[in-house]
Design a protein around this ligand. Sequence first.
Ligand code: IPE
Ligand code: IPE
Ligand code: MG
Ligand code: MG
Ligand code: MG
Length: 324
Amino acid sequence: MNKPLSAHDSLQDAIASVSESLNVRMGQLLSAPESNSNTVISMSSKVEATADVNHVRGVELILDAMRYSTLSGGKRLRPFLTVCSAGLFGVAWESAVEAASAIEFIHTYSLIHDDLPAMDNDDLRRGKPTCHKAFGEAAAILAGDGLLTYAFQVLASSRVHADPAVRCELISNLAVASGCWGMVGGQMMDLEAENKQLSLEEIIRLQRLKTGELFAVSCEAGAILGKAPGMMRKLLRAYAHDMGLAFQITDDLLDVEGTRTETGKSVRKDKIAGKATLVSVMGVERAREHAKILTKQAISHLDVFDKKADNLRALAEFVISRKV
Ligand code: IPE
Ligand code: IPE
Ligand code: MG
Ligand code: MG
Ligand code: MG
């Protein structure tokens, strides 16, 4: 698991390397109750659980749904941001992967809930039936809840960092980015905006909350782990916000132009649902140009960092050229 990214790794190799460590660690964290040596069940409740077959069965069922959505597929962009930014400040690989696992749990929960019939009502995610199609709606809601809360349990553990103040800051920042002041607030605005005319500024604000805040905290997390100066943290957040907006414009472009096979999810949904996106307001060509400008701007925030930030630079280029 101990493979710091080399400056010579290509972006795809670097992402693969992070994904490999991440998948191993997330697999351990989500392993079945009887083999889970981590923090899923405390010793005392484990004893109770063995005595109560229904308890074990319930935990197994929900972990099964959590594993289904988390462990296969996914570009792992947010964990990659965390590991790359941690690398700028000499943070141990295991610490970065632990924090990155928590962030990917939150992201996966957001996808499970985003796909529910009451939200975007999608049947395909990461190339497979969505969680509610595979496990039923109630289990999908609970799998999302399980991942959301487990993320904070993971971050509270000393495996993330020896200093409790660092863990507390990560927990607090991730909560703000994911909750009503961040992703959840943005998702509500997104639903509210269906079939309404929104200005460019309003859409940018919506996207900043819906997608941008989780990208920003993913990137900042490495700097928090490395106790980096405030200015560095600000620059990494600025990079992630511009990159995140370019990423979301590309997601909206792929909804218009992409294929179900390549993206692994339904396409042409935004127009049918009357979603307000930068593509619906600017048109395809202007939106694509805007994403390119944002990418340049994102990269310019990294000027103070040396070659160690090359993977972050390459990632910004990748997110607007991707087909998945
Ligand atoms: C999809 O995010 C949801 C959006 C914020 C648009 P990703 O495109 O990063 O999804 P995965 O993790 O690769 O499946
Ligand atoms: C979802 O945005 C963003 C989340 C917070 C999950 P979308 O609804 O556009 O994401 P996709 O297209 O379903 O992946
Ligand atoms: Mg949505
Ligand atoms: Mg959706
Ligand atoms: Mg979309």
